[in-house]
Design a protein around this ligand. Structure first.
Ligand SMILES: [Fe+2]
Length: 416
């Protein structure tokens, strides 16, 4: 099969002396060869962005809302460990009687944590069943009513019909919402005529406590959904038919397996490539898939992890570790063979090993990534930190080693 190889360095554009350029071209050739070997079994659709239909313009992810047991403490966790600044609050003091919400911001990432103030109602029910977890992956859109019409007319189930929230002198915030897998929602948020903080009912936090320093988390790179066995293709079709996304990559269970367990994954993307949603389902193995462990403890399909993009993974992970964020560990053997698999990735292998950062290379470039342990007591949601250098992949070369590391933890939890 013919494959396009993108050389980042092309003749005449580098300004490098000819000998260096030749050396660079040779190095790229080696990198491309390494990349191809590394990605065996992953089927990448290079026409995905062109195939995506743009009947639904999305201007990226507006925010992600977690429903949690204690929003005040969750907010402090994201501030003190992760470097997010609390920027807005809604609760009893702002006239909201049933919930408390904190909005946290870092560069283009906006998180909302919301807890129930009453023993019944949808938030209390959600927390009782699922524990803390992702409630809403909200999109910024130019027209929330049109987005709702386009998606519901194509089969999405409505969660909230289009509405206008009156913010007084701050203007009008227009939103609507549909369901995706499990109880997770996609809200549509149109901020064109709204100039206040986050949403009506929220007030600005004027003097927030100091956020952790030295972190550089820039934007949400991708959000991964875990669905029940046999449901992956249903949600692949859902994102294609309802949202106009296209399939970027298919990893089958021959790629993503260890001696014990397996999973299958397909990655859906919108036309701009700004919104990427891998969908996982468990595959059968000798022992329990990590996806099945998530489903058992979340008691539903749900969002498994969100990847946050940085351009300084070394500095950021060092700070996160200092602040007490726990990451999955990779065995020494992983790093012994790393250089031969990925070549030069700009960071000494010893530094990667010291911090537990993984590297992967494909034909377009390389990426560095690391995964936290679950951030709540249930073995459910976790974060990924990712730094991309040309690669649009998801680290398939790391899957086997990574899943073995996860299985070690599953075994410690009695869930393997
Ligand atoms: Fe990921």
């Amino acid at each position: 099969m013919a494959k396009t190889v993108h050389h980042p360095v092309t003749s005449g554009e580098t300004g490098m002396p000819a000998a260096n350029e030749a050396a660079a071209t040779a190095a790229n050739g080696i990198a491309a060869t390494l990349g191809a070997a590394n990605q065996a079994g992953a089927r990448i659709n290079r026409d995905a962005y062109a195939e995506a239909k743009d009947f639904l313009p999305l201007d990226g992810i507006d925010h992600v809302e977690f429903w949690v047991g204690n929003a005040r403490q969750a907010s402090a966790y994201f501030r003190a460990l992760w470097g997010f600044t609390p920027v807005a609050y809604a609760g009893l003091e702002t006239g909201v009687r049933d919930r408390a919400s904190y909005v946290l911001q870092q560069h283009d990432i906006r998180l909302v944590v919301t807890a129930p103030l009453t023993p019944d109602g949808e938030i209390a029910d959600h927390v009782r069943l699922h524990g803390d977890g992702v409630h809403d992956i909200a999109f910024a859109v130019p027209d929330a009513a049109a987005a709702w019409r386009e998606t519901t007319s194509r089969g999405a189930r409505s969660a909230v019909v289009p509405r206008e929230l009156d913010g007084g002198e701050d203007g009008v915030l227009r939103t609507s919402s549909v369901f995706t897998y499990g109880e997770v929602r996609h809200s549509f948020v149109d901020r064109r005529d709204y100039h206040g903080v986050f949403a009506p009912g929220y007030r600005r936090i004027k003097r927030p406590a100091r956020a952790a320093q030295g972190l550089s988390l820039l934007e949400i790179d991708h959000c991964v959904g875990n669905v029940e066995l046999g449901e992956m293709d249903k949600y692949v079709d859902f994102y294609r038919d309802v949202f106009g996304f296209a399939q970027l990559i298919h990893y089958d269970d021959k790629v993503i397996h260890t001696e014990y367990s397996a999973l299958m994954s397909k990655v859906m993307t919108n036309g701009s490539g700004r919104v990427k949603f891998p969908i996982n389902e468990p595959a059968s193995g000798r022992k329990k898939s990590q996806i099945q462990e998530f489903l058992d403890w979340y008691h539903a399909a749900g969002t498994q992890h969100i990847a946050l993009r940085t351009e300084d993974i070394v500095g950021t992970v060092r700070r996160l570790r200092d602040n007490g964020v726990e990451f999955l560990g990779m065995p020494h053997a992983y790093y012994e063979s790393l250089a031969s698999r990925v070549g030069d990735v700009g960071v000494p292998i010893e530094t990667l090993e010291e911090l537990g950062i993984e590297a992967d290379r494909d034909e377009e470039g390389y990426l560095l990534q690391i995964f936290t342990r679950p951030i709540q007591d249930r073995p459910t949601f976790f974060f990924e930190i990712i730094e991309r250098h040309g690669s649009r992949g998801f680290g398939v070369g790391n899957f086997k080693a990574l899943f073995e590391a996860i299985e070690l933890e599953q075994a410690r939890r009695g869930n393997l």
